[in-house]
Design a protein around this ligand. Structure first.
Ligand code: SF4
Length: 343
């Protein structure tokens, strides 16, 4: 069988994945790159994300045979994160199963885009859990893709793949990078005229201890929580006030906007009437006591003057708005209720 001269790439937008694409384009091999999105931050708009905006690269290299498709892993990815068969890293990150899922979705695209093999920006021994030799071999085997996943940055240190064996890809022009160092990648980036070199990211939100604590808390209290609840974990300070109920207080305008967008009609949404301050969402089954606590927190984190004993807070639920007057919360009242503090 002759391997087709076209590759599917997994493109995070990080430097390694960009360079692996470039190495193929240099050999005249067209690349359809897939940019996977998840609810856990691997997207270009999320801080702390391992994903980056790939638009500049497409602009630069489209003429050389690169095109990019976006694909959201959606609910399937959430379910995998709940029960990853190969376990987790230090936090909630299931890196091996994440790679397996992305590669398996990528495999589906081989026929669709008439491609013969896949490439990734993985570097041997760069990540202890998912990028050691055994893990890479196991992933390829499990997917039935042995010989069809080429890792151009480390290829010379790995078994030759089918496109190399068949001469579709010139192995001599591939690389032998290993480990966590980035010196060679930076040299290559400069040589390729990549002006904005993406800095290495620690990974998606699942590698963040605070985010992971919020996610664990969510699934402990609501194992069937959907995408909206998961997305809410990205924003605000989270206070667990009862097994069924959380209060979420925005920390800046962007988070306030996000909370407003994600709030549902049966959430209570609170804002200060007379001062600048957070948007606060009370989510889950809740009573008046929870709303009063949320109002106190809203006043605590808003610009209420220190000499003002009370502040007015509006509460909107089911389209009805009313006003409460409360004293700002004291930190010690809520310290133990805070979940996953990162900032
Ligand atoms: S850090 Fe791990 S879990 Fe997160 S996107 Fe990267 S490989 Fe997947």
């Amino acid at each position: 069988m002759m391997i087709k001269r076209k590759a599917i790439a997994l493109l995070s937008g990080g430097l390694d994945s960009i360079l692996s694409v470039r190495l193929m384009l240099d050999q005249g091999i067209p690349v359809t790159a897939v940019r996977f999105l998840t609810h856990f931050g691997c997207d270009p708009v999320s801080s702390g994300s391992c994903g980056r905006d790939v638009e500049p690269i497409v602009k630069m290299w489209g003429k050389d045979g690169l095109d990019v498709k976006m694909s959201h892993l959606g609910r399937d990815y959430i379910e995998m994160v709940k029960n990853p068969p190969h376990g987790r890293g230090k936090n909630m990150n299931p890196c091996i199963d994440c790679r397996i899922m992305m590669l398996s979705w990528g495999r589906e695209l081989l026929d669709k885009y008439d491609a013969g093999f896949m490439i990734t920006g993985e570097v041997l021994n760069q990540r202890p859990m998912s990028q050691n030799r055994q893990a890479l071999q196991m992933i390829d085997r499990q997917l039935g893709l042995t010989g069809l996943i080429l890792r151009p940055l480390s290829a010379k240190l790995l078994e030759p793949t089918l496109p190399e064996i068949e001469g579709v890809v010139d192995r001599a022009r591939l690389l032998d990078i290993s480990g966590r160092g980035r010196v060679r990648q930076y040299e290559l980036a400069r040589a390729y005229g990549i002006e904005e070199i993406p800095q290495p990211a620690g990974g998606c939100l699942l590698t963040d201890p605070g985010y992971s604590a919020r996610l664990r808390d969510l699934w402990e209290h609501d194992p069937d929580a959907g995408a909206t609840d998961v997305n809410l974990l990205r924003a605000g300070r989270h206070f667990r006030v009862s097994p069924q109920c959380k209060i979420i207080v925005g920390r800046d305008q962007q988070e306030n906007d996000m909370l407003e967008t994600l709030a549902s009609p049966d959430d209570s949404v609170l804002r200060l009437s007379d001062h600048v301050g957070p948007v606060t969402v009370v989510r889950g089954e809740h009573d008046e006591e929870a709303v009063l606590r949320a109002a106190a927190l809203t006043a605590r984190y808003g610009d209420v003057p220190e000499d003002a004993p009370q502040a007015a807070v509006t509460v909107t639920r089911f389209g009805q708005t009313r006003t409460l007057v409360v004293a700002p919360a004291r930190d010690e009242e809520f310290a133990t209720l805070r979940v996953g503090v990162t900032a």
